[in-house]
Design a protein around this ligand. Sequence first.
Ligand SMILES: [Zn+2]
Length: 533
Amino acid sequence: MHRPFALVIVLLQLPAFIYPQAPPSPKKHFDGKTWWEHVKVVADDRMEGRETGSEGLRKAEAYVVEQLTKTGIQPAGTDGFYQPVKFISRQIVEKECSIALIRNGAVEPLRLGDDAFFNTRVDLADQEINASLVFAGYGLKIPEKNYDDLAGLDWKGKIAVILTGFPAEIPTSLAAHYQWAGERWRVFREAGAIGIITIPNPASMDLPWSRSALNRTHPQMDLADPEFNELAGQKVALTFNPASAEKLLAGSGHTFQELANLAKDQQPLPRFPLTVFLKSRAHVDKQEVTSANVIAELPGSDPVLKNQFIVLSAHIDHLGIGEPIDGDRIYNGAMDNGSGVALLLDMAASLQREKLRRSILFVFVVAEEKGLLGSKYFAARPTVDAKSLVADFNVDMFLPIVPLTVLKVKGLAESDLGDQATLAAKPFNVRVVPDFQPLRNSFIRSDQYNFVRHGIPALNMEISFDPGSPEQKIFKDWLTNHYHAPSDDVSQTIQLSSAALYEEIMRNLLISVANADARPQWKKDSFFRRYVP
Ligand SMILES: [Zn+2]
């Protein structure tokens, strides 16, 4: 899964759909063993953490192509199974960078890594910046709800300081959409701002600050074609340590503690100019990088419906080689997302033996960890007719670390794919629940969102837990210790039966959607309907 600038977790109690009676045990197609064999190869040290553009990723993709070829499935890239994608890679050179606050004319230097770090997903300006700062609350403008954190303040030449999250009055899907970095920047750019400083909510983050800051000098990327650059014009992008945030607030009449307390409970936040100025300089090394998506097609059997494609997507890239943790530098990404790659390979082999009315497209996307870039490219330039894509099921870090009894479905209420998912899980006595951690913003944090933005109904399912259960702690500990760490490798304890059951449900779901008379539809009241061309 992709880690955005900052993340917050809040748990809400929501009623679950309960199916008390287990129907007769359905046929099993997976045992977890083939899945685990694929994970072991893809997450092997030899693949060097599969960084986009790296030799390790090239090897992992070659393995995927070899396995797909064995199943007899058809290539559907532009170059055999491959769809080459060009990127610009940006790496911060911290020894040529500086940040400081100016308070009453005096310079207070800040320490990169301890107080804040530059975000090179943005094409940072290579010039000295001197700008005043304005606290913009959650930094959201949501016309549908008449909500505007920018209203009544002057943004010309200013840098916005925002605290992540959103007020409780805003529905989750709307809030997720407007927190998309490109959407957020569009609003501030139009108001005249030149940058954004993001403060993560200290109450609960996926990663502790020290781990977020650890790989801050690792290269970030964007698609090379400028038509994809949604962050153009942003000169400054900093993530600020919440533990240092009082430095920004001092003299403003507010404290960071007061703001964090409000944000923790999704209360409205005040907005006001800060009394300090930012003085900063960033230096970035840039490089061209080429990598590729890998795409395969299982043609449908119905003369008409075979022209409709159901996408099964999973990102194949991970973080590569980075700063060591406990002496290990290779970020293997076994669960993130060797697990999804392995599922696609298992599914291609299994569905190859079925007769499905619609066609299935298996899409292994690259550069997810760089900001969902491979899927962004594919969704904009699909290798089949764009109008023929009717659904996306994205598999990213589905986490078979506990027995599968609860399945969390992101996008559950947005389209009839959610109803199909509930039905697909029912024979296995698995409860389907909506995303109950809205502040984690999961729906926009993996590749399904690029399909959603092109009007294609999409779902992402992951193994989950009942709030308050012992399993909750297992997930929390996994995020703290293994998520985006070198220890997300094949020495973890994984529940193969849980992975196999997840695969069965996914298989059920794919078959029912592929064979249904009607193509998937957004719900009438879904916010995301607006993207249907
Ligand atoms: Zn990830």
